[in-house]
Design a protein around this ligand. Structure first.
Ligand SMILES: Cc1cc2nc3c(=O)[nH]c(=O)nc-3n(C[C@H](O)[C@H](O)[C@H](O)COP(=O)(O)OP(=O)(O)OC[C@H]3O[C@@H](n4cnc5c(N)ncnc54)[C@H](O)[C@@H]3O)c2cc1C
Ligand SMILES: NC(=O)c1ccc[n+]([C@@H]2O[C@H](COP(=O)([O-])OP(=O)(O)OC[C@H]3O[C@@H](n4cnc5c(N)ncnc54)[C@H](O)[C@@H]3O)[C@@H](O)[C@H]2O)c1
Length: 466
Protein backbone atom coordinates (compact mmCIF):
# COMPACT_ATOMS: atom_id res chain seq x y z
CA UNK A 1 0.00 0.00 0.00
CA UNK A 2 1.49 3.35 -1.09
CA UNK A 3 1.77 6.28 1.33
CA UNK A 4 1.64 8.77 -1.55
CA UNK A 5 -0.17 8.43 -4.86
CA UNK A 6 -0.07 10.73 -7.87
CA UNK A 7 -0.47 10.89 -11.64
CA UNK A 8 3.12 12.02 -12.23
CA UNK A 9 6.08 11.70 -9.85
CA UNK A 10 9.11 13.78 -10.82
CA UNK A 11 12.45 12.72 -9.35
CA UNK A 12 14.82 15.67 -9.07
CA UNK A 13 13.94 19.35 -8.52
CA UNK A 14 16.52 20.83 -10.89
CA UNK A 15 15.84 22.68 -14.14
CA UNK A 16 14.38 19.65 -15.95
CA UNK A 17 12.39 18.47 -12.92
CA UNK A 18 10.86 21.87 -12.17
CA UNK A 19 9.81 22.19 -15.83
CA UNK A 20 8.41 18.64 -15.84
CA UNK A 21 6.32 19.17 -12.71
CA UNK A 22 4.98 22.51 -14.01
CA UNK A 23 4.11 21.05 -17.40
CA UNK A 24 2.44 17.94 -15.93
CA UNK A 25 0.39 20.07 -13.51
CA UNK A 26 -0.66 22.35 -16.39
CA UNK A 27 -2.21 19.24 -17.97
CA UNK A 28 -4.28 18.73 -14.82
CA UNK A 29 -2.10 15.99 -13.34
CA UNK A 30 -1.66 15.51 -9.59
CA UNK A 31 2.10 15.78 -9.22
CA UNK A 32 4.85 15.06 -6.72
CA UNK A 33 8.29 16.69 -6.99
CA UNK A 34 10.86 14.64 -5.07
CA UNK A 35 14.32 15.94 -4.11
CA UNK A 36 16.53 15.39 -1.04
CA UNK A 37 17.65 19.04 -0.84
CA UNK A 38 15.51 21.50 -2.86
CA UNK A 39 18.73 23.54 -2.85
CA UNK A 40 17.99 25.30 -6.13
CA UNK A 41 19.24 23.98 -9.47
CA UNK A 42 22.82 22.98 -10.36
CA UNK A 43 22.68 25.90 -12.80
CA UNK A 44 22.02 28.42 -10.03
CA UNK A 45 24.13 26.89 -7.25
CA UNK A 46 27.27 25.35 -8.76
CA UNK A 47 26.93 25.67 -12.54
CA UNK A 48 26.01 28.33 -15.09
CA UNK A 49 25.48 31.25 -12.75
CA UNK A 50 28.51 31.17 -10.40
CA UNK A 51 30.77 30.36 -13.37
CA UNK A 52 29.40 33.33 -15.30
CA UNK A 53 29.82 35.55 -12.22
CA UNK A 54 33.50 34.60 -12.00
CA UNK A 55 33.87 35.19 -15.75
CA UNK A 56 32.23 38.63 -15.37
CA UNK A 57 34.87 39.60 -12.79
CA UNK A 58 37.59 38.37 -15.14
CA UNK A 59 36.18 40.50 -17.99
CA UNK A 60 36.42 43.60 -15.78
CA UNK A 61 40.03 42.81 -14.84
CA UNK A 62 40.98 42.13 -18.46
CA UNK A 63 39.30 45.29 -19.77
CA UNK A 64 41.02 47.37 -17.11
CA UNK A 65 44.42 45.79 -17.86
CA UNK A 66 44.08 46.43 -21.59
CA UNK A 67 42.67 49.97 -21.24
CA UNK A 68 46.10 51.47 -21.98
CA UNK A 69 45.57 50.53 -25.64
CA UNK A 70 42.83 53.17 -25.78
CA UNK A 71 44.92 55.81 -23.98
CA UNK A 72 43.11 55.23 -20.71
CA UNK A 73 45.41 54.64 -17.77
CA UNK A 74 44.37 52.51 -14.82
CA UNK A 75 46.16 50.62 -12.11
CA UNK A 76 44.66 47.20 -11.60
CA UNK A 77 44.68 45.07 -8.50
CA UNK A 78 42.38 42.11 -7.87
CA UNK A 79 40.98 41.50 -4.39
CA UNK A 80 40.46 37.73 -4.62
CA UNK A 81 38.37 37.49 -1.47
CA UNK A 82 36.06 40.23 -2.75
CA UNK A 83 35.78 38.52 -6.14
CA UNK A 84 34.74 35.23 -4.54
CA UNK A 85 32.43 36.97 -2.06
CA UNK A 86 30.49 38.64 -4.92
CA UNK A 87 30.30 35.36 -6.83
CA UNK A 88 28.72 33.69 -3.78
CA UNK A 89 26.45 36.60 -2.85
CA UNK A 90 24.92 36.90 -6.34
CA UNK A 91 24.85 33.12 -6.72
CA UNK A 92 22.98 32.80 -3.41
CA UNK A 93 20.40 35.31 -4.63
CA UNK A 94 19.82 33.30 -7.82
CA UNK A 95 19.49 30.08 -5.79
CA UNK A 96 17.14 31.73 -3.29
CA UNK A 97 14.89 32.91 -6.14
CA UNK A 98 14.75 29.35 -7.46
CA UNK A 99 13.95 27.99 -3.99
CA UNK A 100 11.21 30.59 -3.53
CA UNK A 101 9.48 29.04 -6.54
CA UNK A 102 8.99 25.82 -4.57
CA UNK A 103 6.85 27.71 -2.04
CA UNK A 104 4.39 28.55 -4.83
CA UNK A 105 3.67 24.90 -5.60
CA UNK A 106 0.43 23.36 -4.32
CA UNK A 107 0.65 22.02 -0.75
CA UNK A 108 2.11 18.54 -0.54
CA UNK A 109 3.77 18.67 -3.99
CA UNK A 110 7.36 18.93 -2.71
CA UNK A 111 8.62 15.76 -1.07
CA UNK A 112 12.02 16.15 0.59
CA UNK A 113 13.56 12.70 0.11
CA UNK A 114 15.81 10.60 -2.11
CA UNK A 115 13.86 8.21 -4.36
CA UNK A 116 14.60 4.78 -5.80
CA UNK A 117 12.55 2.38 -7.91
CA UNK A 118 10.90 -0.69 -6.40
CA UNK A 119 8.78 -1.40 -9.51
CA UNK A 120 7.71 0.19 -12.85
CA UNK A 121 5.41 2.78 -11.20
CA UNK A 122 6.61 2.39 -7.65
CA UNK A 123 9.19 4.36 -5.69
CA UNK A 124 10.62 4.00 -2.23
CA UNK A 125 11.76 7.14 -0.41
CA UNK A 126 14.71 7.20 1.98
CA UNK A 127 12.33 8.32 4.75
CA UNK A 128 10.54 4.96 4.39
CA UNK A 129 7.46 6.17 2.48
CA UNK A 130 6.22 4.45 -0.67
CA UNK A 131 5.00 6.28 -3.78
CA UNK A 132 2.68 4.95 -6.50
CA UNK A 133 2.55 6.93 -9.76
CA UNK A 134 0.92 6.45 -13.16
CA UNK A 135 4.04 7.89 -14.80
CA UNK A 136 7.47 8.91 -13.54
CA UNK A 137 9.90 11.54 -14.84
CA UNK A 138 13.56 11.01 -13.91
CA UNK A 139 15.36 14.38 -13.85
CA UNK A 140 18.26 13.67 -11.51
CA UNK A 141 20.92 15.64 -13.41
CA UNK A 142 24.62 14.82 -13.57
CA UNK A 143 27.67 14.97 -11.31
CA UNK A 144 31.39 15.48 -11.86
CA UNK A 145 33.41 12.44 -12.88
CA UNK A 146 36.68 12.58 -10.91
CA UNK A 147 39.36 10.12 -12.15
CA UNK A 148 40.75 7.87 -9.36
CA UNK A 149 44.20 9.42 -8.84
CA UNK A 150 42.58 12.79 -8.14
CA UNK A 151 39.70 11.29 -6.16
CA UNK A 152 42.20 9.52 -3.91
CA UNK A 153 43.96 12.76 -2.93
CA UNK A 154 40.86 14.33 -1.40
CA UNK A 155 41.04 17.31 0.94
CA UNK A 156 40.50 20.83 -0.36
CA UNK A 157 43.35 20.72 -2.86
CA UNK A 158 41.29 18.90 -5.50
CA UNK A 159 38.30 21.00 -6.53
CA UNK A 160 35.29 20.40 -8.77
CA UNK A 161 32.47 22.72 -9.80
CA UNK A 162 30.84 21.79 -6.48
CA UNK A 163 33.67 23.26 -4.38
CA UNK A 164 35.54 25.77 -6.53
CA UNK A 165 33.11 28.63 -5.85
CA UNK A 166 33.37 28.05 -2.09
CA UNK A 167 37.05 29.08 -2.05
CA UNK A 168 37.48 32.07 0.28
CA UNK A 169 40.20 33.57 -1.92
CA UNK A 170 41.78 33.04 -5.32
CA UNK A 171 44.59 30.46 -5.32
CA UNK A 172 48.04 31.61 -6.42
CA UNK A 173 48.26 28.78 -8.91
CA UNK A 174 45.70 26.39 -10.39
CA UNK A 175 45.98 23.32 -12.59
CA UNK A 176 42.82 22.53 -14.55
CA UNK A 177 42.37 18.91 -15.61
CA UNK A 178 40.10 18.71 -18.64
CA UNK A 179 39.87 21.28 -21.45
CA UNK A 180 36.10 20.93 -21.90
CA UNK A 181 33.55 23.71 -21.42
CA UNK A 182 33.90 23.84 -17.63
CA UNK A 183 37.70 23.63 -17.72
CA UNK A 184 38.41 26.37 -20.22
CA UNK A 185 35.72 28.80 -19.07
CA UNK A 186 37.08 28.71 -15.52
CA UNK A 187 40.74 28.46 -16.55
CA UNK A 188 40.56 31.68 -18.59
CA UNK A 189 38.59 33.45 -15.85
CA UNK A 190 41.03 32.52 -13.07
CA UNK A 191 44.02 33.38 -15.27
CA UNK A 192 42.62 36.83 -16.05
CA UNK A 193 42.09 37.38 -12.34
CA UNK A 194 45.84 36.91 -11.84
CA UNK A 195 46.05 33.19 -10.99
CA UNK A 196 48.88 31.21 -12.64
CA UNK A 197 46.92 28.59 -14.63
CA UNK A 198 47.89 25.46 -16.55
CA UNK A 199 45.34 23.26 -18.38
CA UNK A 200 45.91 19.56 -19.06
CA UNK A 201 43.79 17.34 -21.30
CA UNK A 202 44.39 13.75 -22.28
CA UNK A 203 42.80 14.44 -25.67
CA UNK A 204 43.89 16.79 -28.46
CA UNK A 205 40.75 18.87 -28.85
CA UNK A 206 39.71 21.82 -26.73
CA UNK A 207 36.00 22.03 -25.84
CA UNK A 208 34.99 19.75 -28.70
CA UNK A 209 35.88 22.39 -31.34
CA UNK A 210 34.73 20.93 -34.68
CA UNK A 211 36.99 22.60 -37.20
CA UNK A 212 40.75 23.11 -37.33
CA UNK A 213 40.72 26.86 -38.03
CA UNK A 214 38.45 27.53 -35.04
CA UNK A 215 40.48 25.18 -32.85
CA UNK A 216 43.74 26.91 -33.83
CA UNK A 217 42.28 30.36 -33.06
CA UNK A 218 40.86 29.17 -29.73
CA UNK A 219 44.13 27.54 -28.72
CA UNK A 220 46.15 30.64 -29.64
CA UNK A 221 43.82 32.91 -27.67
CA UNK A 222 43.80 30.71 -24.55
CA UNK A 223 47.57 30.36 -24.70
CA UNK A 224 47.88 34.13 -24.10
CA UNK A 225 46.68 33.58 -20.52
CA UNK A 226 47.73 30.05 -19.54
CA UNK A 227 49.91 27.04 -20.28
CA UNK A 228 48.08 24.40 -22.33
CA UNK A 229 49.10 20.75 -22.38
CA UNK A 230 47.04 18.64 -24.80
CA UNK A 231 47.51 14.87 -25.17
CA UNK A 232 48.96 14.89 -21.66
CA UNK A 233 48.71 11.96 -19.26
CA UNK A 234 49.01 13.73 -15.93
CA UNK A 235 49.52 12.12 -12.50
CA UNK A 236 49.00 13.94 -9.18
CA UNK A 237 51.05 13.68 -5.98
CA UNK A 238 49.84 15.27 -2.75
CA UNK A 239 52.21 17.78 -1.12
CA UNK A 240 51.76 19.65 2.14
CA UNK A 241 49.55 22.60 1.14
CA UNK A 242 49.68 21.87 -2.59
CA UNK A 243 49.78 19.29 -5.31
CA UNK A 244 52.51 18.18 -7.71
CA UNK A 245 51.58 17.12 -11.22
CA UNK A 246 53.82 14.90 -13.29
CA UNK A 247 53.34 14.30 -17.04
CA UNK A 248 55.48 12.92 -19.87
CA UNK A 249 57.43 16.12 -20.52
CA UNK A 250 57.59 17.70 -17.10
CA UNK A 251 56.28 18.36 -13.65
CA UNK A 252 54.97 21.38 -11.77
CA UNK A 253 53.45 22.28 -8.42
CA UNK A 254 50.12 24.06 -7.88
CA UNK A 255 48.11 25.32 -4.90
CA UNK A 256 44.89 23.77 -6.21
CA UNK A 257 43.70 21.43 -8.95
CA UNK A 258 40.30 21.84 -10.60
CA UNK A 259 39.06 18.56 -12.04
CA UNK A 260 36.70 19.12 -15.01
CA UNK A 261 36.99 15.81 -16.82
CA UNK A 262 33.33 15.37 -17.71
CA UNK A 263 30.02 14.72 -16.03
CA UNK A 264 28.09 11.48 -15.52
CA UNK A 265 24.29 11.06 -15.40
CA UNK A 266 23.15 10.77 -11.76
CA UNK A 267 21.32 7.47 -12.08
CA UNK A 268 23.22 5.46 -9.46
CA UNK A 269 21.09 4.83 -6.43
CA UNK A 270 17.82 4.91 -8.41
CA UNK A 271 17.76 1.11 -8.66
CA UNK A 272 16.80 1.34 -12.32
CA UNK A 273 17.03 -2.45 -12.52
CA UNK A 274 13.80 -2.56 -10.47
CA UNK A 275 12.03 -0.13 -12.81
CA UNK A 276 11.31 -2.69 -15.51
CA UNK A 277 13.35 -0.67 -18.03
CA UNK A 278 15.66 -2.42 -20.46
CA UNK A 279 19.18 -1.13 -19.68
CA UNK A 280 22.20 -1.15 -22.00
CA UNK A 281 25.73 -2.25 -20.99
CA UNK A 282 26.27 1.12 -19.28
CA UNK A 283 23.09 0.71 -17.26
CA UNK A 284 21.26 3.36 -19.33
CA UNK A 285 17.76 3.04 -20.81
CA UNK A 286 16.99 3.92 -24.43
CA UNK A 287 15.33 7.37 -24.57
CA UNK A 288 13.31 8.79 -27.47
CA UNK A 289 14.56 12.41 -27.82
CA UNK A 290 11.18 13.54 -29.22
CA UNK A 291 9.04 12.20 -26.36
CA UNK A 292 11.68 11.61 -23.64
CA UNK A 293 10.01 8.25 -23.06
CA UNK A 294 12.23 5.33 -22.03
CA UNK A 295 11.53 2.35 -24.29
CA UNK A 296 7.84 1.39 -24.11
CA UNK A 297 7.47 2.31 -20.44
CA UNK A 298 5.64 5.05 -18.52
CA UNK A 299 9.02 6.39 -17.40
CA UNK A 300 10.57 9.53 -18.93
CA UNK A 301 14.20 10.71 -18.65
CA UNK A 302 14.96 14.43 -19.05
CA UNK A 303 17.89 16.83 -18.71
CA UNK A 304 21.52 15.96 -17.93
CA UNK A 305 20.37 12.57 -16.59
CA UNK A 306 19.97 11.30 -20.17
CA UNK A 307 23.37 12.75 -21.24
CA UNK A 308 21.95 13.69 -24.64
CA UNK A 309 22.17 17.51 -24.65
CA UNK A 310 23.58 18.52 -21.25
CA UNK A 311 22.92 22.26 -21.39
CA UNK A 312 20.33 24.32 -19.60
CA UNK A 313 17.84 25.27 -22.32
CA UNK A 314 17.64 21.61 -23.37
CA UNK A 315 17.08 20.45 -19.76
CA UNK A 316 14.22 22.91 -19.54
CA UNK A 317 12.69 21.87 -22.89
CA UNK A 318 13.10 18.17 -22.16
CA UNK A 319 11.50 18.59 -18.74
CA UNK A 320 8.49 20.34 -20.27
CA UNK A 321 8.08 17.65 -22.95
CA UNK A 322 8.53 14.79 -20.47
CA UNK A 323 6.09 16.31 -17.97
CA UNK A 324 3.42 16.90 -20.60
CA UNK A 325 3.78 13.37 -21.98
CA UNK A 326 3.87 11.80 -18.51
CA UNK A 327 0.57 13.55 -17.67
CA UNK A 328 -1.05 12.53 -20.95
CA UNK A 329 0.39 8.99 -20.95
CA UNK A 330 -0.10 6.94 -23.12
CA UNK A 331 -1.17 9.76 -25.48
CA UNK A 332 2.28 11.09 -26.41
CA UNK A 333 3.20 14.24 -28.33
CA UNK A 334 6.41 14.26 -30.36
CA UNK A 335 8.41 17.45 -29.88
CA UNK A 336 10.34 19.01 -32.75
CA UNK A 337 13.83 19.46 -31.32
CA UNK A 338 15.73 22.61 -32.20
CA UNK A 339 19.25 22.46 -33.69
CA UNK A 340 21.99 21.62 -31.21
CA UNK A 341 23.39 24.89 -29.87
CA UNK A 342 26.20 25.37 -27.36
CA UNK A 343 28.04 28.46 -26.18
CA UNK A 344 31.26 28.18 -24.22
CA UNK A 345 31.77 31.49 -22.44
CA UNK A 346 35.41 32.09 -23.18
CA UNK A 347 36.53 35.50 -24.42
CA UNK A 348 35.67 35.54 -27.27
CA UNK A 349 32.93 32.93 -26.93
CA UNK A 350 33.07 29.57 -28.70
CA UNK A 351 29.77 28.61 -30.34
CA UNK A 352 28.62 25.50 -32.12
CA UNK A 353 25.27 25.19 -33.91
CA UNK A 354 23.59 22.33 -35.73
CA UNK A 355 25.56 20.28 -38.23
CA UNK A 356 29.31 20.66 -38.67
CA UNK A 357 31.80 20.93 -41.52
CA UNK A 358 31.73 17.24 -42.43
CA UNK A 359 27.98 17.35 -43.15
CA UNK A 360 28.02 20.57 -45.13
CA UNK A 361 28.09 21.05 -48.91
CA UNK A 362 29.24 24.68 -48.72
CA UNK A 363 31.27 26.53 -46.11
CA UNK A 364 31.47 30.29 -45.81
CA UNK A 365 34.13 31.87 -43.61
CA UNK A 366 34.12 35.28 -41.93
CA UNK A 367 37.46 36.53 -40.65
CA UNK A 368 37.19 38.69 -37.54
CA UNK A 369 40.87 39.61 -37.32
CA UNK A 370 40.21 42.45 -39.82
CA UNK A 371 36.54 43.19 -39.11
CA UNK A 372 35.55 46.81 -38.62
CA UNK A 373 33.66 46.79 -35.31
CA UNK A 374 35.96 44.13 -33.86
CA UNK A 375 38.95 46.39 -34.60
CA UNK A 376 37.21 49.41 -33.09
CA UNK A 377 36.85 47.47 -29.85
CA UNK A 378 40.35 45.92 -30.15
CA UNK A 379 38.67 42.52 -30.04
CA UNK A 380 39.63 41.52 -33.57
CA UNK A 381 40.37 37.82 -33.17
CA UNK A 382 38.93 34.59 -34.50
CA UNK A 383 36.48 33.65 -37.21
CA UNK A 384 33.04 32.29 -38.00
CA UNK A 385 32.29 29.35 -40.28
CA UNK A 386 28.77 28.92 -41.67
CA UNK A 387 27.64 25.61 -43.11
CA UNK A 388 25.02 25.13 -45.84
CA UNK A 389 23.38 22.20 -47.58
CA UNK A 390 23.16 21.40 -51.29
CA UNK A 391 21.39 22.12 -53.54
CA UNK A 392 19.67 25.18 -52.04
CA UNK A 393 22.22 26.82 -49.71
CA UNK A 394 20.00 26.20 -46.69
CA UNK A 395 21.92 27.02 -43.51
CA UNK A 396 22.46 23.87 -41.44
CA UNK A 397 24.99 24.92 -38.80
CA UNK A 398 27.94 27.06 -37.80
CA UNK A 399 31.04 27.25 -35.64
CA UNK A 400 32.13 30.59 -34.25
CA UNK A 401 35.00 31.86 -32.17
CA UNK A 402 34.80 35.62 -32.55
CA UNK A 403 33.68 38.73 -30.69
CA UNK A 404 29.96 38.68 -29.92
CA UNK A 405 29.68 35.02 -30.93
CA UNK A 406 27.17 34.40 -28.13
CA UNK A 407 24.78 36.87 -29.82
CA UNK A 408 25.70 36.06 -33.43
CA UNK A 409 25.17 32.40 -32.54
CA UNK A 410 21.56 33.10 -31.63
CA UNK A 411 20.89 34.79 -34.99
CA UNK A 412 22.37 31.84 -36.82
CA UNK A 413 20.62 29.23 -34.65
CA UNK A 414 17.29 30.97 -35.32
CA UNK A 415 18.05 31.12 -39.07
CA UNK A 416 18.95 27.40 -39.11
CA UNK A 417 15.82 26.58 -37.12
CA UNK A 418 13.68 28.60 -39.55
CA UNK A 419 15.18 26.79 -42.57
CA UNK A 420 16.62 30.01 -44.04
CA UNK A 421 19.10 29.97 -46.92
CA UNK A 422 22.28 32.08 -47.00
CA UNK A 423 20.49 34.39 -49.44
CA UNK A 424 17.48 34.78 -47.10
CA UNK A 425 19.72 35.83 -44.23
CA UNK A 426 21.80 38.12 -46.44
CA UNK A 427 18.64 39.96 -47.48
CA UNK A 428 18.00 41.03 -43.85
CA UNK A 429 19.19 44.46 -42.69
CA UNK A 430 22.68 44.62 -41.15
CA UNK A 431 23.51 47.75 -39.19
CA UNK A 432 26.95 49.38 -39.47
CA UNK A 433 29.38 49.13 -37.74
CA UNK A 434 28.49 45.87 -35.98
CA UNK A 435 29.98 42.40 -35.65
CA UNK A 436 26.80 41.09 -37.33
CA UNK A 437 27.78 42.63 -40.67
CA UNK A 438 30.98 40.59 -40.51
CA UNK A 439 28.85 37.52 -41.31
CA UNK A 440 27.92 38.87 -44.74
CA UNK A 441 31.22 37.77 -46.30
CA UNK A 442 30.54 34.17 -45.23
CA UNK A 443 26.96 34.32 -46.49
CA UNK A 444 28.06 35.71 -49.88
CA UNK A 445 30.69 32.99 -50.17
CA UNK A 446 27.97 30.36 -49.76
CA UNK A 447 25.64 32.15 -52.21
CA UNK A 448 28.39 32.28 -54.87
CA UNK A 449 29.33 28.61 -54.35
CA UNK A 450 25.79 27.13 -54.44
CA UNK A 451 25.13 29.26 -56.62
CA UNK A 452 22.32 31.41 -55.20
CA UNK A 453 21.29 34.86 -56.32
CA UNK A 454 22.79 37.57 -54.14
CA UNK A 455 19.96 39.81 -52.90
CA UNK A 456 19.75 42.36 -55.71
CA UNK A 457 19.17 45.50 -53.67
CA UNK A 458 22.00 45.02 -51.18
CA UNK A 459 25.56 46.33 -51.53
CA UNK A 460 27.99 43.48 -52.17
CA UNK A 461 31.06 45.15 -50.66
CA UNK A 462 32.23 44.24 -47.19
CA UNK A 463 34.84 46.76 -46.07
CA UNK A 464 36.11 46.66 -42.47
CA UNK A 465 35.58 50.41 -42.08
CA UNK A 466 33.32 52.95 -43.90
C1 LIG B 1 30.19 24.59 -13.92
C2 LIG B 1 29.03 24.43 -14.89
C3 LIG B 1 28.72 25.48 -15.75
C4 LIG B 1 27.65 25.35 -16.62
N1 LIG B 1 27.38 26.40 -17.45
C5 LIG B 1 26.35 26.31 -18.31
C6 LIG B 1 26.00 27.41 -19.13
O1 LIG B 1 26.62 28.48 -19.08
N2 LIG B 1 24.96 27.28 -19.98
C7 LIG B 1 24.24 26.10 -20.07
O2 LIG B 1 23.31 26.03 -20.87
N3 LIG B 1 24.54 25.04 -19.29
C8 LIG B 1 25.57 25.13 -18.40
N4 LIG B 1 25.85 24.07 -17.59
C9 LIG B 1 25.01 22.85 -17.71
C10 LIG B 1 23.67 23.03 -16.94
O3 LIG B 1 23.93 23.51 -15.64
C11 LIG B 1 22.95 21.69 -16.88
O4 LIG B 1 22.72 21.22 -18.19
C12 LIG B 1 21.61 21.78 -16.15
O5 LIG B 1 21.76 22.39 -14.90
C13 LIG B 1 21.00 20.38 -15.97
O6 LIG B 1 19.77 20.46 -15.28
P1 LIG B 1 19.06 19.15 -14.72
O7 LIG B 1 17.70 19.53 -14.34
O8 LIG B 1 19.24 18.03 -15.69
O9 LIG B 1 19.90 18.73 -13.43
P2 LIG B 1 20.05 19.44 -11.99
O10 LIG B 1 19.77 20.89 -12.01
O11 LIG B 1 21.38 18.97 -11.51
O12 LIG B 1 18.93 18.76 -11.08
C14 LIG B 1 19.00 17.44 -10.65
C15 LIG B 1 18.26 17.32 -9.33
O13 LIG B 1 18.05 15.93 -9.05
C16 LIG B 1 18.18 15.71 -7.66
N5 LIG B 1 18.38 14.27 -7.43
C17 LIG B 1 19.46 13.52 -7.78
N6 LIG B 1 19.27 12.23 -7.43
C18 LIG B 1 18.04 12.16 -6.83
C19 LIG B 1 17.26 11.09 -6.26
N7 LIG B 1 17.67 9.83 -6.21
N8 LIG B 1 16.03 11.38 -5.74
C20 LIG B 1 15.55 12.65 -5.78
N9 LIG B 1 16.25 13.69 -6.33
C21 LIG B 1 17.47 13.45 -6.84
C22 LIG B 1 19.32 16.64 -7.26
O14 LIG B 1 19.27 16.93 -5.87
C23 LIG B 1 19.04 17.88 -8.13
O15 LIG B 1 18.25 18.82 -7.46
C24 LIG B 1 26.90 24.16 -16.67
C25 LIG B 1 27.18 23.10 -15.79
C26 LIG B 1 28.24 23.24 -14.91
C27 LIG B 1 28.54 22.11 -13.97
N1 LIG C 1 28.72 27.26 -21.33
C1 LIG C 1 28.11 26.10 -21.21
O1 LIG C 1 27.07 25.82 -21.82
C2 LIG C 1 28.66 25.06 -20.31
C3 LIG C 1 29.67 25.38 -19.41
C4 LIG C 1 30.17 24.38 -18.60
C5 LIG C 1 29.63 23.10 -18.68
N2 LIG C 1 28.64 22.83 -19.56
C6 LIG C 1 28.10 21.47 -19.67
O2 LIG C 1 28.73 20.59 -18.77
C7 LIG C 1 29.22 19.47 -19.49
C8 LIG C 1 30.43 18.90 -18.79
O3 LIG C 1 31.54 19.78 -18.91
P1 LIG C 1 33.03 19.28 -18.70
O4 LIG C 1 33.91 20.38 -19.17
O5 LIG C 1 33.21 18.71 -17.35
O6 LIG C 1 33.11 18.00 -19.64
P2 LIG C 1 33.52 17.78 -21.17
O7 LIG C 1 33.10 16.39 -21.47
O8 LIG C 1 33.02 18.89 -22.01
O9 LIG C 1 35.12 17.87 -21.18
C9 LIG C 1 35.92 17.01 -20.42
C10 LIG C 1 37.35 17.05 -20.93
O10 LIG C 1 38.16 16.33 -19.99
C11 LIG C 1 39.07 15.53 -20.70
N3 LIG C 1 39.44 14.41 -19.82
C12 LIG C 1 38.68 13.35 -19.43
N4 LIG C 1 39.37 12.55 -18.58
C13 LIG C 1 40.59 13.12 -18.42
C14 LIG C 1 41.74 12.79 -17.66
N5 LIG C 1 41.77 11.71 -16.88
N6 LIG C 1 42.84 13.60 -17.75
C15 LIG C 1 42.81 14.69 -18.55
N7 LIG C 1 41.74 15.06 -19.27
C16 LIG C 1 40.64 14.30 -19.21
C17 LIG C 1 38.34 15.12 -21.97
O11 LIG C 1 39.26 14.79 -23.00
C18 LIG C 1 37.53 16.39 -22.30
O12 LIG C 1 38.24 17.27 -23.13
C19 LIG C 1 29.47 19.99 -20.87
O13 LIG C 1 29.40 18.96 -21.84
C20 LIG C 1 28.37 20.98 -21.07
O14 LIG C 1 27.24 20.33 -21.59
C21 LIG C 1 28.16 23.79 -20.38
Amino acid sequence: MADLTCDVAVIGAGTAGIAAERSARAQGAKTLLIDPDFAGTVCATVGCMPSKLLIAAAHRAHDARTAGLFGVSTSVSVDGAAVMARVRAERDAFAAATRAGFDDLPNGTCIRARARFTGPGALSLDDGRKVAANAIVIATGSHPMVPPPFRDIGGDRVLTNRTVFEQADLPKSLAVIGAGAIGIELAQAFARLGVRVAVFDQGDTIAGARCDAIHDALKAELAKDMDLFLGADVKPEALAGGIRLVWEEGDDTFDRVLVATGRLPSLDGLDLSASGLHLDDNGLPDVDPETLRCGDSAIFLAGDANANRPVLHEASTEGAVAGRNAAAFPDLTHATRSPRFTITFTDPPLVSIGQGPVDSAQIGTADYTDQGRAKVEARNVGLAQLYAAAPDGRLIGADLFCPGADHLGHLIAWAVDAGMTASDLLSKPFYHPTVEEGLRGALREICRAVPLDLPGDRDTGNPPGI
